[in-house]
Ligand binder design. Sequence first.
Ligand SMILES: [Zn+2]
Length: 267
Amino acid sequence: MDISIKNYRDFLSERYKNSGMFHATILSGPQSEEKDRIIRAIAASIVCQSTGSVRPCMNCEGCRKAFENIHPDITVIDLLKDKKELTVDQMRVVRSDAFVVPNDGENKVYIINNADKMNTAAQNVLLKTLEEPPRFSYFILCAENPSLLLPTVRSRCALIRFISGQSAAAEEDVENTADRLIDTYLSGDRFSMVSFINSLEKTDRITFGNLSSAVSKKTVSRLKTAEDPNIRKKLLKMFQTFDTVSSYLSLNVGVVHILGLLCAELT
Ligand SMILES: [Zn+2]
Protein backbone atom coordinates (compact mmCIF):
# COMPACT_ATOMS: atom_id res chain seq x y z
CA MET A 1 0.00 0.00 0.00
CA ASP A 2 1.28 3.42 -0.90
CA ILE A 3 0.51 6.64 0.89
CA SER A 4 1.43 10.14 -0.26
CA ILE A 5 0.69 13.72 0.65
CA LYS A 6 -1.90 13.67 -2.14
CA ASN A 7 -3.86 10.59 -1.18
CA TYR A 8 -3.45 10.26 2.59
CA ARG A 9 -6.92 11.42 3.63
CA ASP A 10 -8.63 9.14 1.12
CA PHE A 11 -6.39 6.31 2.22
CA LEU A 12 -7.01 6.83 5.95
CA SER A 13 -10.74 7.46 5.56
CA GLU A 14 -11.10 4.33 3.46
CA ARG A 15 -9.15 2.34 6.00
CA TYR A 16 -11.28 3.72 8.84
CA LYS A 17 -14.48 2.89 7.01
CA ASN A 18 -13.40 -0.69 6.37
CA SER A 19 -11.98 -1.87 9.65
CA GLY A 20 -10.13 0.93 11.37
CA MET A 21 -6.43 1.65 11.35
CA PHE A 22 -4.02 -1.27 11.66
CA HIS A 23 -2.82 -1.84 15.23
CA ALA A 24 0.75 -1.84 14.02
CA THR A 25 2.02 -0.18 10.89
CA ILE A 26 5.46 0.09 9.37
CA LEU A 27 5.78 3.29 7.39
CA SER A 28 8.73 2.92 5.05
CA GLY A 29 10.49 5.55 3.00
CA PRO A 30 13.08 8.25 3.61
CA GLN A 31 12.61 10.75 6.43
CA SER A 32 11.26 14.12 5.30
CA GLU A 33 8.90 16.87 6.39
CA GLU A 34 6.22 15.39 4.18
CA LYS A 35 6.66 12.00 5.79
CA ASP A 36 6.42 13.61 9.24
CA ARG A 37 3.12 15.11 8.23
CA ILE A 38 1.85 11.73 7.06
CA ILE A 39 2.92 10.16 10.36
CA ARG A 40 1.00 12.89 12.21
CA ALA A 41 -2.01 12.31 9.98
CA ILE A 42 -2.02 8.56 10.67
CA ALA A 43 -1.78 9.26 14.41
CA ALA A 44 -4.51 11.92 14.14
CA SER A 45 -6.78 9.50 12.28
CA ILE A 46 -6.48 7.13 15.24
CA VAL A 47 -7.24 9.73 17.94
CA CYS A 48 -9.73 11.72 15.80
CA GLN A 49 -13.01 12.18 17.68
CA SER A 50 -15.17 12.92 14.65
CA THR A 51 -18.17 10.71 14.00
CA GLY A 52 -17.99 11.51 10.27
CA SER A 53 -16.38 9.33 7.66
CA VAL A 54 -13.38 11.53 6.82
CA ARG A 55 -10.25 10.79 8.83
CA PRO A 56 -8.47 12.77 10.15
CA CYS A 57 -11.29 15.34 10.22
CA MET A 58 -8.79 18.16 11.03
CA ASN A 59 -11.46 19.93 13.11
CA CYS A 60 -11.85 18.07 16.37
CA GLU A 61 -9.78 18.47 19.53
CA GLY A 62 -8.05 15.16 18.85
CA CYS A 63 -6.87 16.25 15.39
CA ARG A 64 -5.87 19.71 16.58
CA LYS A 65 -3.73 18.36 19.41
CA ALA A 66 -2.24 15.68 17.16
CA PHE A 67 -1.11 18.23 14.57
CA GLU A 68 0.15 20.63 17.25
CA ASN A 69 2.22 17.81 18.77
CA ILE A 70 0.54 18.21 22.16
CA HIS A 71 -1.77 15.20 22.25
CA PRO A 72 -1.28 13.37 25.57
CA ASP A 73 -2.12 10.02 23.95
CA ILE A 74 0.47 10.28 21.18
CA THR A 75 3.96 9.33 22.30
CA VAL A 76 6.99 9.73 20.05
CA ILE A 77 9.99 7.50 20.66
CA ASP A 78 13.28 8.33 19.00
CA LEU A 79 17.01 7.74 19.37
CA LEU A 80 18.28 9.08 22.68
CA LYS A 81 21.05 11.64 22.50
CA ASP A 82 24.40 9.98 21.78
CA LYS A 83 22.75 6.63 21.01
CA LYS A 84 22.87 4.90 17.67
CA GLU A 85 20.17 2.38 18.52
CA LEU A 86 16.77 2.37 20.15
CA THR A 87 17.29 0.57 23.43
CA VAL A 88 15.59 -2.27 25.21
CA ASP A 89 14.78 0.08 28.12
CA GLN A 90 12.90 2.44 25.79
CA MET A 91 10.78 -0.46 24.53
CA ARG A 92 10.12 -1.67 28.10
CA VAL A 93 8.70 1.77 28.89
CA VAL A 94 6.50 1.57 25.77
CA ARG A 95 5.37 -1.90 26.75
CA SER A 96 4.21 -0.95 30.24
CA ASP A 97 2.76 2.40 29.14
CA ALA A 98 0.77 0.75 26.35
CA PHE A 99 -1.40 -0.94 28.97
CA VAL A 100 -2.35 2.33 30.68
CA VAL A 101 -5.73 3.58 29.42
CA PRO A 102 -5.70 6.72 27.24
CA ASN A 103 -6.09 10.19 28.77
CA ASP A 104 -8.24 12.03 26.27
CA GLY A 105 -10.04 9.68 23.99
CA GLU A 106 -10.47 6.04 23.17
CA ASN A 107 -7.09 5.29 21.63
CA LYS A 108 -3.42 6.00 22.06
CA VAL A 109 -0.57 5.95 19.57
CA TYR A 110 3.14 5.20 19.78
CA ILE A 111 5.21 6.64 16.98
CA ILE A 112 8.57 4.88 16.87
CA ASN A 113 11.00 6.88 14.74
CA ASN A 114 14.13 5.18 13.41
CA ALA A 115 12.48 1.82 14.12
CA ASP A 116 15.03 0.16 11.84
CA LYS A 117 17.67 1.23 14.36
CA MET A 118 16.14 -0.86 17.13
CA ASN A 119 18.50 -3.55 18.42
CA THR A 120 17.35 -7.16 18.53
CA ALA A 121 16.65 -7.21 22.26
CA ALA A 122 14.52 -4.06 21.94
CA GLN A 123 12.66 -5.52 18.97
CA ASN A 124 11.87 -8.64 20.95
CA VAL A 125 10.37 -6.57 23.77
CA LEU A 126 8.28 -4.64 21.25
CA LEU A 127 7.28 -7.89 19.57
CA LYS A 128 5.67 -9.14 22.80
CA THR A 129 3.55 -5.99 22.86
CA LEU A 130 2.64 -6.31 19.18
CA GLU A 131 1.60 -9.91 19.67
CA GLU A 132 -1.06 -8.99 22.20
CA PRO A 133 -1.64 -5.27 21.97
CA PRO A 134 -4.12 -3.65 24.35
CA ARG A 135 -7.15 -2.83 22.20
CA PHE A 136 -6.63 0.93 22.59
CA SER A 137 -2.91 1.02 21.68
CA TYR A 138 -1.59 1.56 18.16
CA PHE A 139 1.98 1.54 16.90
CA ILE A 140 3.53 3.32 13.95
CA LEU A 141 7.05 2.14 13.17
CA CYS A 142 8.86 4.57 10.92
CA ALA A 143 11.68 2.90 9.06
CA GLU A 144 13.74 3.98 6.09
CA ASN A 145 14.64 0.36 5.58
CA PRO A 146 12.03 -2.06 6.99
CA SER A 147 14.10 -5.09 5.94
CA LEU A 148 16.36 -4.33 8.93
CA LEU A 149 13.48 -5.24 11.26
CA LEU A 150 13.08 -8.83 12.47
CA PRO A 151 10.75 -10.88 10.24
CA THR A 152 8.67 -11.66 13.33
CA VAL A 153 8.15 -7.93 13.95
CA ARG A 154 7.40 -7.28 10.26
CA SER A 155 4.83 -10.06 10.19
CA ARG A 156 2.84 -8.29 12.94
CA CYS A 157 2.66 -5.01 11.03
CA ALA A 158 0.93 -3.68 7.95
CA LEU A 159 3.53 -2.24 5.59
CA ILE A 160 2.69 1.17 4.14
CA ARG A 161 5.10 2.73 1.70
CA PHE A 162 5.46 6.48 1.86
CA ILE A 163 5.74 8.11 -1.58
CA SER A 164 7.09 11.64 -1.56
CA GLY A 165 5.46 14.35 -3.67
CA GLN A 166 8.55 14.30 -5.84
CA SER A 167 8.28 10.62 -6.69
CA ALA A 168 4.52 10.98 -7.14
CA ALA A 169 5.32 13.74 -9.67
CA ALA A 170 7.90 11.49 -11.32
CA GLU A 171 5.29 8.74 -11.63
CA GLU A 172 2.83 11.15 -13.15
CA ASP A 173 5.55 12.25 -15.54
CA VAL A 174 6.23 8.67 -16.62
CA GLU A 175 2.52 8.14 -17.29
CA ASN A 176 2.37 11.29 -19.42
CA THR A 177 5.53 10.43 -21.31
CA ALA A 178 4.17 6.95 -22.06
CA ASP A 179 0.94 8.43 -23.45
CA ARG A 180 2.80 10.96 -25.57
CA LEU A 181 5.14 8.28 -26.90
CA ILE A 182 2.21 6.10 -27.97
CA ASP A 183 0.37 9.07 -29.52
CA THR A 184 3.46 10.14 -31.45
CA TYR A 185 3.91 6.62 -32.82
CA LEU A 186 0.25 6.37 -33.79
CA SER A 187 0.43 9.73 -35.57
CA GLY A 188 2.83 8.17 -38.06
CA ASP A 189 5.12 11.22 -38.01
CA ARG A 190 8.55 9.58 -38.29
CA PHE A 191 10.52 12.74 -37.63
CA SER A 192 8.66 13.47 -34.38
CA MET A 193 9.10 9.87 -33.33
CA VAL A 194 12.87 9.96 -33.91
CA SER A 195 13.26 13.17 -31.92
CA PHE A 196 11.03 11.82 -29.16
CA ILE A 197 13.16 8.70 -28.86
CA ASN A 198 16.34 10.82 -28.89
CA SER A 199 14.96 12.99 -26.11
CA LEU A 200 14.90 9.92 -23.84
CA GLU A 201 18.68 9.53 -24.08
CA LYS A 202 19.43 10.88 -20.59
CA THR A 203 16.73 8.82 -18.86
CA ASP A 204 18.09 6.68 -16.01
CA ARG A 205 17.50 2.92 -16.07
CA ILE A 206 14.89 2.86 -13.31
CA THR A 207 12.76 5.58 -14.92
CA PHE A 208 13.21 3.93 -18.30
CA GLY A 209 12.03 0.63 -16.82
CA ASN A 210 8.95 2.39 -15.40
CA LEU A 211 8.31 4.04 -18.74
CA SER A 212 8.61 0.72 -20.52
CA SER A 213 6.04 -0.97 -18.27
CA ALA A 214 3.73 2.06 -18.52
CA VAL A 215 3.84 1.84 -22.34
CA SER A 216 3.11 -1.90 -22.22
CA LYS A 217 0.13 -1.43 -19.91
CA LYS A 218 -1.24 1.47 -21.92
CA THR A 219 -0.96 -0.31 -25.27
CA VAL A 220 -2.84 -3.28 -23.82
CA SER A 221 -5.63 -1.06 -22.49
CA ARG A 222 -5.85 0.88 -25.76
CA LEU A 223 -6.04 -2.39 -27.70
CA LYS A 224 -9.21 -3.23 -25.78
CA THR A 225 -11.07 -0.30 -27.31
CA ALA A 226 -9.27 0.39 -30.62
CA GLU A 227 -11.31 -0.67 -33.65
CA ASP A 228 -9.33 0.75 -36.57
CA PRO A 229 -7.23 -2.19 -37.90
CA ASN A 230 -4.30 0.12 -38.68
CA ILE A 231 -4.21 1.46 -35.14
CA ARG A 232 -4.53 -2.06 -33.75
CA LYS A 233 -1.61 -3.22 -35.85
CA LYS A 234 0.54 -0.37 -34.59
CA LEU A 235 -0.44 -0.88 -30.97
CA LEU A 236 0.42 -4.54 -31.28
CA LYS A 237 3.78 -3.69 -32.83
CA MET A 238 4.48 -1.26 -30.00
CA PHE A 239 3.48 -3.83 -27.40
CA GLN A 240 5.80 -6.45 -28.92
CA THR A 241 8.66 -3.96 -29.16
CA PHE A 242 8.32 -3.00 -25.50
CA ASP A 243 8.15 -6.65 -24.57
CA THR A 244 11.62 -6.97 -26.11
CA VAL A 245 12.66 -3.78 -24.32
CA SER A 246 11.72 -5.23 -20.95
CA SER A 247 13.70 -8.41 -21.65
CA TYR A 248 16.70 -6.27 -22.70
CA LEU A 249 16.39 -4.28 -19.49
CA SER A 250 16.44 -7.45 -17.44
CA LEU A 251 19.64 -8.44 -19.29
CA ASN A 252 21.20 -5.11 -18.29
CA VAL A 253 21.38 -3.77 -21.86
CA GLY A 254 22.10 -0.01 -21.73
CA VAL A 255 19.38 2.57 -22.35
CA VAL A 256 21.16 3.99 -25.40
CA HIS A 257 21.19 0.57 -27.10
CA ILE A 258 17.52 0.12 -26.32
CA LEU A 259 16.76 3.50 -27.87
CA GLY A 260 18.52 2.20 -30.99
CA LEU A 261 16.15 -0.75 -31.02
CA LEU A 262 13.17 1.59 -30.64
CA CYS A 263 14.38 3.69 -33.61
CA ALA A 264 14.82 0.58 -35.74
CA GLU A 265 11.44 -0.90 -34.86
CA LEU A 266 9.18 2.10 -34.50
CA THR A 267 10.31 4.69 -37.07
ZN1 LIG B 1 -10.65 14.78 14.04
